[in-house]
Ligand binder design. Sequence first.
Ligand code: PEP
Ligand code: MG
Length: 371
Amino acid sequence: SDDLLRAVDRIISHADRRHRLEVRANADTPQDAHRARRLGATGIGLCRTEHMFLGDRRTLVERLILASGEAARAEALAALLPLQRADFTRIFEEMDGLPVTIRLLDPPLHEFLPDHVELTARVAVAKALGQTDAPEDLLRAVDRLHEQNPMLGTRGVRLGLIIPELYDLQVRAIAEAAAVRIRAGGTPHVEIMVPLVGDARELEMVAARARRTVADVARESGVDIRYRIGTMIELPRAALTAGRIAESAAFFSFGTNDLTQTVWGFSRDDVEGSFFPVYLIEGVFEVSPFETIDREGVGRLIAIAVREGRAARPDLALGVCGEHGGDPASIRFFHEVGLDYVSCSPFRVPVARLEAGRAVVGEADTTTDNR
Ligand code: PEP
Ligand code: MG
């Protein structure tokens, strides 16, 4: 089977030599990063950080978001910083010399907070036991933050703007991890990505703070940290105002999952049920738009964003990190529209590399036909 793998690799490297689209991977752990690299990914196009705040760390995040006092918030931040720094250090280590795009936290808030029922029970138990510190203030805060539509709510940059300390913490952890790697002789290629931006001003504010934080870390550590700041383009408004947004972004990464959800107004979490099968049968679409890029809607917005983004900033790097990044038909579209890279789950990397190569070959064939 080693022979087979080598043969596959030879074919893929042949395709690699001809393609324009690079293939990166979506990876959130050192293990995934390792796998991605072995399969030929040329970087991480999306490192989601949500999972880094769940599990044992959830209580810290809960405290951070809900804390009423400065002291409690500062304590939670101090506890989270070394944990985040270690997360990033290990990923930079695995991907040394290749770009790693770390996306700042993009939670649907409800996944990080205790729900009302759970918390009401906790309050009742605490009171029954005569405890004086029943978490009633937490309950009030949770109720205040409750949202009917969490996927359209306090997600991404919106959370980053109402709790700036959260993104400060992440950016500091990224910069410190980079400094650790540089001191150890490594070459981290750091890219910081802001999610769910809808207006240039949102990105401007986050980017300004991030630059200050990285500069602080560089001064403290005496290390020159090179990095880029960019954004997800995953809301229709972001695509339509891409020229303005590009003024504060070194790169765009199209979040086609959210872009599909918001362009169609379909919930990405409920697509399997109800009307979808009927739509497929009746030919409203031939395949799910969450699987293959919808050229007439989402695709046109991407084309607009590419054009306006590059007009405003000719060296703007352009990629895609939604599920479509690993879908062959969509990869052909991304090639045609002129993206620089696709990013997909590690196990799809070889297929994506082949498809990216085929897109170039297909283009050459068409040119011949036209003559
Ligand atoms: C997207 O929206 O396409 C994306 C990559 O981000 P997420 O799936 O984490 O929302
Ligand atoms: Mg998204």
